[in-house]
Design a protein around this ligand. Sequence first.
Ligand code: UGA
Length: 439
Amino acid sequence: MKISVIGCGYLGAVHAASMAELGHDVVGIDVDRAKVELLSQARAPFYEPGFEELLARSLASGRLRFSADMADAAGAVVHFVCVGTPQKRSEYAADLRYVEAAAESLLAVLRPGDLVAGKSTVPVGTAARLAELVDGKVPGAMLAWNPEFLREGFAVQDTLHPDRLVYGLAPGAEGEVARALLDEVYATIVAAGTPQVVTDYATAEMVKTAANSFLATKISFINAMAELCEATGADVKQLADAIGHDDRIGRKFLNAGLGFGGGCLPKDIRAFMARAGELGADQALTFLREVDNINMRRRIRMVELAREVCDGSLLGKRVAVLGAAFKPDSDDIRDSPALNVAAQLQLQGAVVRVTDPAAVENCRRLWPQLDYADTAEEAAERADAVLVLTEWKQYKELDPVAFGLIVKQKRVLDGRNALDRDSWTAAGWSYRALGRRAG
Ligand code: UGA
């Protein structure tokens, strides 16, 4: 099948390469020529395990190419819209300018019978509006909403083996035709027995924001418990293990620590609140404000804890920050809790050295005022405190005995509850973590 993918960021680039892997003839379109150039050379513009291999395979098969010219999308039957929907500056709402620009420029290449399939995360109501635009300008062209649930770090796996397919369709015969086209695109995935939810536009759009809101709420719930654990001397990790055994609750996404960041969860819950307000249903989502507040408080608490362990003052203290990406196996620093804490520590007078296995290059570009090191050992040299803020495997596997020889003071703050407390304390470190007793 001939497919175009508009927008080759995280979502689009992985989607384009994955669709070619499934046997389709795919063109990825992006306005950023540098990105198109990189992708065409089988080089990933971001860190994602397994993606470069997939990209190389798909390019070599001759079924995948990239272009900066929308005219190259002509001839495709299904056009996936995968552009970003960031938070607007100084507002909670999502910025839809890229979605609108993509739709507008697609109109020039659309033919009757073509399907525009939106994958971007959009405020509910967007698909209906775009459907009118498409149908008004190119009668017979169709629109569907087909949200994506991939996680960074597992993007390839999540795209090729999703846990569900959601189709938001127009009512009646048009919807049936669109459904058949999507089933053809995802034939391999459908044949594997992947659950399908076939629904209307609004529900499909809401599935995505509701899912991310639920995940954010789960994380903030356990972080609220961590605050209480700190007040009572209880242990949030054991608490999470214990409640997680109840499979109605489940242990996943109950890892207390610095909280959520990245390009999705924070902006999605805010855009959802903004949209609820526009719809006159803001009360339904006021709890998400609290979810956001709990999340942001964790960062402040981490800075306070660092000050506490540095004998009450950060001025002139050497602090090593291990981890800058918003989560491991990613070089994404958008709304990264780790980087946010590092910047705060520096603002408050600490001498901060940040390291990360993948994100340092991005950090240098965005936060040139911070000092960076290539390795954990280099960052920790003569440090008064070591903060582990992203739970990379490399940091979980550090040898506390050898690492203790590098620092000035053996004080470790485990911002992700990821270290083995016993082995660190046995090696003479003072251990502090969010929601757990000092060790
Ligand atoms: C998230 C969703 O998990 C995906 O399903 C969704 O498709 C994607 O957003 C999106 O909207 O595109 P992602 O942003 O890659 O995926 O990251 P997550 O794995 O959800 O982690 C988000 C943040 O929560 C990270 O900062 C992570 O460290 C934090 N987190 C996660 C916790 O603090 N505790 C946990 O138990 C789990």
